[in-house]
Every structure is written in C-alpha cells, then in structure tokens.
Design a protein around this ligand. Structure first.
Ligand code: SAM
Ligand code: SF4
Length: 345
C-alpha cells in the first residue's frame, strides 16, 4: 500500500472538505449528464451496447444543480460536463445556465455533433472551455471508429468555434494501427488555428477490447512530430497546476498539442478530480471499481457532504488501487469498471 507520507503532511495545511487521505484536494468535479450518446465510439461503447439505468435513476436537472451547489460549497472550483453526449440531454441548456451562475469555471467535453445549437448559449453564459473529441481527420475512418456518419458536421462545428471566439481542445484517442498515422496531420492543424490537440492514451474499460499493444507512446508521438517539423522547432511548454498532459508547441504555430499518458505515466500524485455519474454515483477515481450512491443519499434527505468525504477517504493512491502497470494491464483487474460511456471520461 502506497503511503505517500509527504502528501499526508500536506493535507493538514489544506483547509477544505475535499481532501483525501493523501492530501489531494479535489476541487475539480466532472459531472456526467447522460448515459446515452449519438455516436458509438469503439473504444468507449461496447459493440453489444450498454445497459442503461432506469430513467428514474438518472439525476434530474434540479438534482444536478443541488448536488453541484453542495460540491461548490465544499470547495469545488471547476465543473466539467460530460456523458454519454452531454448536449444530447434535452435540458442541457437549462443545466448549463444554472451552473454558469455558480462561482466555478465551467467546461464541457462533447463529441461536437450538436455543438452548433449551443454556441449562442455558450457565448451568453461565458462557457468557452470546450473539449471536442475527434480521433481522425478522415471521413471513412470516422465512420469506422464511431459507427456513425457525422464527420462533416463535427469538422464544421470545430471550425465554427473560431467564429464564436472559442479556442477548442481536440481530444484524440490514439489507437495503434488505426490513427497514429494521423498524428502529424493533427499537429499540422495547429499551424493556422489556435486550438490544442490532445493525444490521449487508450484506456481499459469494460468491453472495449483494450490491450497494451494498442498504446501509442509519448516518444512515438514526439518522434513523428520531430521528423516532420524538425526537432529544433519542437518546444515543451510549462505544465499548469494539476495538468494531466505534457504540452508542446511547434515554433511559429498558432496552436499547441499535448500528450496525456494516463496508462503509462499517470498523474495520480496531483489528482484533483472527483466524478459524478449520470445516475448519481460518486467515482473517486476513473479506474476505481467501487462507487458511492450519492443520489440515493440525497433523495432520502441525508446530508451529502459526509458521503462525499467518505468517498474521498476511500480513494486509493494510484489508478483505483492498481499500482503497477502490470496489475493495471491485467483484464481481471481492469475490467471491473463501467464502460467509459457510463463514467464520462
Ligand atoms: N461524448 C463526449 C465526447 O466524446 O467528448 C463526452 C464523453 S466521452 C466518454 C469523454 C472523453 O473520453 C472523450 O474525449 C473520449 O474520447 C474519451 N474516451 C472514451 N473512451 C476512452 C478510452 N477507452 N480511452 C481513452 N479515452 C477515452
Ligand atoms: Fe459517445 Fe463520447 Fe463515448 Fe464516443 S467517446 S461513444 S461520443 S460518449
């Protein structure tokens, strides 16, 4: 068991209800608004589909707002909406408006298909932290990867972001043999557009056929980029606090790119994230098997603060308790989790 004594000491100095037993302060809440999605990404949604929660088990808009307010009272300063596809939810606009009135940085992760319907709202409420998932710049590949035909719509919506003053971050899950030959094309996009391309390591979740041979490493990414644009033009950018990525820029380019190595080089030491699923369960780590039922506690009139604290006290130090890469790569350990679509990334 990892004790991380230096972090435990730090816990005493932090004045927050959201500190875990390793001294990590959880100021970043990710709320999944919905289990459904309009795409079917192979790495996220199992081919056989998923068992959706009964409708009554999904948080209503009022419940999302009440629970989020309690988190904010406890010390959360950033909320990201995710899903499934958060913009698919019929009352997404209402939820976004109400959350934007809270003293938090509001962000969203979306597949971009419905984005054009929301630009006006985003401008009105000042939501400009937008991550858009796009794993390929090729239409036929998009169809194979997402099992849907929305490539042109997503592409158009990404370019529309600039007209609305938004500098989007593009999430690209790298899959060996499927899209790593597009790394250079994605980085080339940052030449004329002020966007950030984020290459994300493929992570194991229930039913997504993960295996470590499908990973594309940081050094492979940097190698390809250096060959194309010149090693001397590749610059490392300083990480921000709690940054999960290693950030880079090509000399003279408007945008930048980053690599997020959650599997091979996790950022657990400085983790500040806590997750709430659409059916109101707290996941204290993306990879934890266990969950706590916050929504039932809330519905039965219990105070939720102590429930949140209990969930944080139970948080393991690294990857939900899978300390070594060997453990983490073992299907008997890494498949006791929800599918990603039911967590929210
Ligand atoms: N539907 C929205 C979207 O696609 O952006 C939000 C939900 S999606 C689950 C959130 C993020 O998780 C996306 O950027 C997606 O690419 C990423 N993701 C899903 N499955 C993944 C996996 N197995 N490994 C790494 N990232 C994954
Ligand atoms: Fe849907 Fe996002 Fe999962 Fe793709 S990654 S299936 S868009 S939830």
């Amino acid at each position: 068991m990892h004790k991380a004594p230096q972090l435990v000491q730090k816990a005493k100095a932090v004045n927050s209800d959201l500190v875990d037993s390793f001294g990590r302060e959880h100021t970043y809440l990710r709320i999944s608004l919905i289990e459904k999605c309009n795409l079917r990404c192979t790495y996220c949604m199992p081919a056989e589909g998923i068992q959706l929660s009964p409708k009554n088990d999904i948080m209503t808009a009022d419940e999302v707002i009440a629970i989020a307010s309690e988190f904010v009272r406890m010390g959360v300063t950033k909320i990201r909406l995710t899903g499934g596809e958060p913009l698919l939810r019929k009352d997404a606009a209402d939820i976004i408006k109400r959350l934007s009135a809270m003293p938090v940085e509001l962000a969203i992760t979306t597949n971009g298909v419905l984005l054009d319907r929301y630009f006006e709202l985003f401008q009105e409420v000042g939501l400009n932290h937008i991550n858009i998932s796009l794993d390929t710049l090729q239409e036929d590949r998009f169809k194979a990867l997402t099992r849907r035909n929305d490539f042109l719509k997503v592409k158009e919506n990404i370019f529309q972001c600039f007209d609305w003053g938004i500098q989007p971050r593009i999430n690209v899950v790298l899959l060996k043999g499927q899209n790593e030959d597009e790394i250079v094309d994605f980085v080339r996009l940052t030449k004329n557009y002020p966007l950030t391309v984020r290459f994300i390591e493929f992570m194991p979740f229930d039913g997504n056929q993960w295996n470590s041979d499908k990973l594309v490493s940081l050094s492979e990414v940097l190698q390809k980029v250096s060959v194309e644009f010149g090693r001397e033009n590749l610059h490392r950018i300083k990480d921000a606090a709690h940054d999960t990525s290693k950030n880079y820029k090509i000399e003279g380019f408007k945008g930048q790119f980053s690599v997020i190595s959650t599997v091979t080089n996790p950022f657990c030491d400085s983790c500040n994230r806590i997750r709430l699923t659409a059916n109101g369960k707290i996941k204290n780590c993306l990879f934890s098997e266990s969950e706590s039922d916050l929504l039932s506690a809330f519905r039965s009139g219990k105070k939720i603060g102590p429930e949140v604290q209990k969930a944080l006290e139970a948080k393991k130090f690294k990857r939900g308790g899978m300390e070594t890469l060997e453990e983490f790569s073992n299907p008997s350990r890494n498949q006791h989790n929800r599918s990603m679509i039911l967590i929210g990334g």
